[in-house]
Write a protein that binds this ligand. Structure first.
Ligand code: PAF
Length: 279
């Protein structure tokens, strides 16, 4: 199967008019096995799998890595073809934003917590571009990775609150054998930082074990874990134990939990999370 590469909205719409059942995987490129897992998942839901590759300026803060974000289109297309995608939409910035995007999606207040606290406006940018991509591709199913747990939560709210006829499917986080979650940003890590980076998921697992063994003092666990990583040279943005259903800080009644973390190794910001339940 040959991958069709379509950079403009009019051609994409014309091509997709023949399709009844579309599964969509939006990405920012620099694809790794985590993305390819989402493509494989998409294949289970539709005959036509559409991916997009667009590094969305709207979701990057002024001092973030927009200009340096890795752009690896040729390699990405090869990987998409092998993974079984039919079409990749590869718009330029001016194709997506021919004029200033002054109409924006305002996500719910949860978007200002966790990753949103360190990245003001980030989820407005994500929700706005995802809404545009949904309107362009008009998929029946869209797939998002669980590594970006807060993003997945906000996209589910977008679909629910705007009554979009799209089923959102969550793909499991893909990990190296060490437990390190696959991420485009791992490419920025030095060898020693990469070794240390394994500790992020190990710490989240320790938190889950600790809670499952009966410790319900969530705020103390968060502080201790954060201090532990800080002592080891991490710059911790947050470690937070939350309800997996509402993303509110977990309380003793919550049964389905998620522990989320964002922390930096040098300049590289890594995020990860673990879902678990308590009896
Ligand atoms: O998760 C990402 O790669 C991006 O946030 C997304 C969903 C493609 C929107 O730009």
């Amino acid at each position: 199967m040959t991958l069709e590469i379509i950079p403009d909205i009019a051609s994409l719409r014309a091509r997709l008019a023949q399709e009844k059942n579309i599964a969509f995987v939006p990405t920012m490129g620099n694809l790794h096995a985590g993305h390819l897992h989402l493509i494989a998942l998409a294949r289970q839901y539709a005959d036509c799998v559409v991916a997009s590759i667009f590094v969305n300026p709207l979701q990057f803060g002024a001092n973030e890595d927009l200009d340096n974000y890795p752009r690896t289109l040729a390699a990405d297309c090869e990987k998409l073809e092998t993974a079984g995608a039919n079409i990749v939409f590869t718009p330029t910035v001016s194709e997506m934003y021919p004029t200033a995007q002054t109409m924006r999606i305002t996500p719910p207040p949860i978007a200002n917590e966790l990753c949103g606290a360190a990245r003001p406006g980030h989820f407005d940018g994500v929700a706005t571009v995802v809404m545009k991509l949904f309107n362009i591709v008009q998929p029946q199913v869209a797939i998002f990775g669980k590594k970006d747990f807060q993003q997945l939560f906000i996209i589910r709210e977008l679909v629910r609150q705007f009554n979009l006829p799209i089923q959102i499917i969550a793909g499991e986080t893909q990990r190296e054998e060490s437990g390190l979650a696959l991420s485009s940003r791992n490419g920025y890590l030095s060898a020693s930082q990469k070794l240390e980076a394994q500790r992020l998921y190990r710490t989240l697992k320790l938190i889950a074990d600790n809670v499952q063994q009966g410790n319900r003092d969530y705020r103390a666990i968060e502080t201790q874990s954060s201090q532990y990583l800080t002592q080891l040279g991490w710059m911790v943005d947050y470690i937070s134990i939350r309800s997996a259903l509402t993303l509110m800080p977990a309380n003793a009644e919550d049964r389905n939990l998620v522990a989320l973390a964002a922390a930096r190794q040098g300049k590289t910001r890594l995020i990860d999370n673990i879902e678990f339940s308590v009896a």
